[in-house]
Design a protein around this ligand. Sequence first.
Ligand code: FES
Length: 166
Amino acid sequence: MASLLARVPGAPRALRLARVPGAPRALRLAGLAAAGVGGLLGRRICVQLAGRAQPGPHPVEPGWHDLMPVAELAGSRLVRQSVGDVRLVVIRDGDQVRVLADRCSHRSGPLSEGTLDDGCLRCPWHGSVFRVADGTVAHGPATAPQAAFQTRISDGIIQVRLPGAG
Ligand code: FES
C-alpha cells in the first residue's frame, strides 16, 4: 500500500508525515488519509482523461491505392511515392515491381535515395541492406525488417495495399 501511494503526486510527503516516529496517531492517520485521497483524485482524473480520448481514423483508406503508371518506372529503379502520410519507395527489380516503406527501419533514412544492387536496397545513411522481395535485413546495422507491401499492376497502374488498411 505504501509503495503504491508513493507513486501518487504529493503522497510521499503525506507518507513521510505518517511515518514520523512519535507523531501522534491522529497525525499519522491524517497523513495516510491525505495520501489516499490524493490517489483517488489522481485515478479519477486519469479515468476522465482516458474517456475523452477518441480513436483517430485510420490514416489510409482500405483497399488498393494507385501509385504511378508502370511506364514511368521504366527510366528509373527507385521512385518515392506516398499514400496519405505513408512514404513509400517503388522499386523496379528486373521485371518485378516492389514497394517498401521509404523510411529505413534503422533511423528513418530515405531508402528512395539509396542504391539498388542484386535484389537488395542499401540505405544511404548507415548502409543497412534490405532484400526488396520481402524487406528482410541482409546487412545491418538495422535489425528490424523493412515493411514490404502487397503490390499489383492494374490497367498499367502500379497499385499497393497497406496492411491493416483492408
Ligand atoms: S537510417 Fe538506414 S541504416 Fe541507418
